[in-house]
Ligand binder design. Sequence first.
Ligand code: ZN
Length: 175
Amino acid sequence: MAIRNILTRGEEILNKKCKPVKEITPHIKEVMADMVDTMNNADGVGLAAPQIGIMKRFFVAMPFADMEEDDERRDLVLYMINPEITRREGSQESNEGCLSVPGYMGVVERPEKIHIKALDLDGNEREYDFEGFAATVCCHEYDHLEGVLYSERAKEMMTNEEYTRRQEAENEEEN
Ligand code: ZN
């Protein structure tokens, strides 16, 4: 396993549509293991193949990373190969960041609930219903496979500093 280099905004490859995986080879499994290491190393909650320069349709994600520390789902890592979002319902606004857009956060409108299916590492078809944060994470990663960065969808972009200031101001209002 190894830490891979994460490409950042401006690299052409991040705006290209990825191709389906034809066969889940040992090589792909190794790449996905590297992606988990790379994601964890960078404190991310998702990483898609094009972000490390591979134009194939797969991503890794931690859809429950927002759960309380004692929630066992918090560390769950999903391996999504050839994912398809087959249902989108409602809408929500969330604050998103991306390892390929370092230093920024943005406000993005996403579906509130999704149904997503994908192959896992063993080639089994899996289906999930996600809502809230988990839905946002999967939509964000899925977008990478379509060549779309969240910053291209965001209603508003801000630097990490601006975001922190805003959170602090909101917390003060609540207290
Ligand atoms: Zn991203």
